[in-house]
Design a protein around this ligand. Structure first.
Ligand SMILES: Nc1ncnc2c1ncn2[C@@H]1O[C@H](COP(=O)(O)OP(=O)(O)OP(=O)(O)O)[C@@H](O)[C@H]1O
Ligand SMILES: O=P(O)(O)OC[C@@]1(O)O[C@H](CO)[C@@H](O)[C@@H]1O
Length: 310
C-alpha cells in the first residue's frame, strides 16, 4: 500500500491573467479550485493511473472538509489528523504567455499533540510492503527534522520511503536514508551549495554522491528539459516530452506518483521511467492542479525516449 503524507495541504486557487502587473491591480479571470498539497496530488495521480493509496497528513477548517470531500468523491481513501486550525489557500496565477506565479501561504500552527497523533498513525501503517511518500513543506510549529524522525520510525518497521522535499527538510531527511528522492534542479544545486546552473555531468556527479549516502534511487527532474533517473546499477536520462503546457503546477507530483505506482506494481526501471515521464508531461497539460488522464499517459508513454548516460 502507498501512503501519501501531506503535512501542509492547501486549497489551490488557479487563476488566469493576461499579464501580471507587479505593484498594480490585477483582475483575475477563470478562477478554479482544487484539493492541493504535494502528497494529495500524488494520491490523485496514483488513483488515476489505477493504483490504490491512502492520503494522510493534517487537515483542518472548511478547507480541510473540502479536501476530504473531494478525495472521497474521487474514491480515494484518506485518513487525516484533524487539526484545530484552518489549512492554507495557495494562489497560482497563470499568464497568457504560460508563465506561472505561485503564492503559497505558510500554513497553520500545529500543536504537539497533533504531531504525536500523526506519528502514531504513520507508525501503525508501517509494514514491509508499505511505501510512504513524504512530500512538500511543513506548516508552522513543526521542527524541520520532522521528516527525518518519521522516516527513521517507519523504516524501523521495514517500510520504504519516497521523499520529495526542499531546503532544511531535505537536508535533515537525507540523514535518515530515504529509499527514493526526487529533487528538482534547483533543490539539488542548493543542497550542494552550487551557485550556478549545473551541467549534466555535474548533475550526475551530485546524484552519485547522494546514492553513496545509501539512497537507492535519485531522480533529478529538469522541468521541460526532462529528467535523470539514477541507481547504483543504472543511469538513465529522458528528454522532456513536447506537450501543450497550461500549468506546470503538480508536474513533479505526477512524476513522484508514477514512479511510486510503477515500483509498487513491480515494473522494471525503464517502464517506471516511461510512466513517470508521461504522467508528469500529462500533468502539465491540465488546468489547475489536476492529474493527467490515464489514456493520455498511455499515449505519451509511446513517445518517451530513454537514453543510457555515459
Ligand atoms: N513544460 C514542460 N513540458 C513537458 N514536461 C514537463 C514540463 N514541465 C515539467 N515537465 C515534466 O515534469 C517533470 C517535473 O517537473 P519539474 O522538474 O518542474 O518538477 P518540480 O519542480 O518538482 O515541479 P512542481 O513542484 O511544480 O510540481 C519534468 O521532469 C518533466 O518530465
Ligand atoms: O508549499 P509546498 O508544500 O512546497 O507546495 C505546495 C504546492 O505548491 O505544491 C503542489 C504542487 O506541487 C500544490 O498543490 C501546492 O499548492
Amino acid at each position: 500500500m502507498i501512503i501519501t503524507v501531506t503535512m501542509n495541504p492547501a486549497i489551490d486557487k488557479t487563476a488566469d491573467l493576461a499579464h501580471f502587473d507587479h505593484g498594480g491591480l490585477n483582475r483575475l479571470s477563470g478562477v478554479i479550485m482544487d484539493a492541493g498539497g504535494k502528497g494529495i496530488n500524488v494520491s490523485k495521480t496514483i488513483h488515476e493511473l489505477g493504483g490504490e493509496t491512502i492520503a494522510t497528513g493534517f487537515i483542518g477548517g472548511s478547507g480541510g472538509v473540502l479536501i476530504e470531500k473531494a478525495l472521497s468523491e474521487l474514491g480515494i481513501q484518506s485518513d487525516f489528523v484533524f487539526i484545530k486550525n484552518e489549512i492554507r489557500t495557495n494562489m497560482k496565477v497563470v499568464e497568457s504567455n504560460g508563465l506561472v506565479t505561485e503564492l503559497n501561504e505558510p500554513g497553520p500552527m500545529i500543536h504537539k499533540e497533533e504531531v504525536n497523533e500523526l506519528t502514531e498513525k504513520l507508525v501503525s501503517y508501517a509494514k514491509e510492503d508499505t511505501l510512504f511518500i513524504f512530500a512538500g513543506s511543513i506548516p508552522n510549529g513543526i521542527d524541520t527534522s520532522i521528516y527525518k524522525t518519521l522516516i527513521e520510525k517507519v523504516k524501523e518497521k521495514g517500510a520504504k520511503v519516497f521523499l520529495d522535499a526542499d531546503g532544511e527538510l531535505f537536508i535533515n531527511a537525507i540523514e535518515a536514508k530515504p529509499d527514493i528522492i526526487k529533487p528538482n534542479r534547483h533543490e539539488i544545486e542548493k543542497f550542494f551549495k552550487m551557485d550556478y546552473r549545473a551541467d549534466e555531468k555535474e548533475l550526475l556527479d551530485m546524484g552519485n554522491r547522494l546514492l553513496d549516502k545509501g539512497i537507492h534511487m535519485v531522480t533529478i527532474s529538469l522541468g521541460q528539459m526532462g529528467a535523470l533517473f539514477l541507481t547504483k546499477e543504472q543511469k538513465l536520462k529522458c528528454p522532456g516530452l513536447k506537450v501543450e503546457a497550461h500549468s506546470t503546477v503538480g508536474a513533479g507530483d505526477a512524476m513522484v506518483a508514477a514512479l511510486a505506482y510503477g515500483l509498487d506494481q513491480g515494473l522494471d526501471l525503464e517502464e517506471c521511467v516511461k510512466l513517470s515521464m508521461a504522467a508528469s508531461a500529462g500533468a502539465v497539460t491540465t488546468k489547475g492542479t489536476k492529474p493527467p488522464k490515464r489514456e493520455l499517459v498511455d499515449e505519451l508513454m509511446e513517445k518517451v525516449i530513454v537514453i543510457q548516460c555515459k
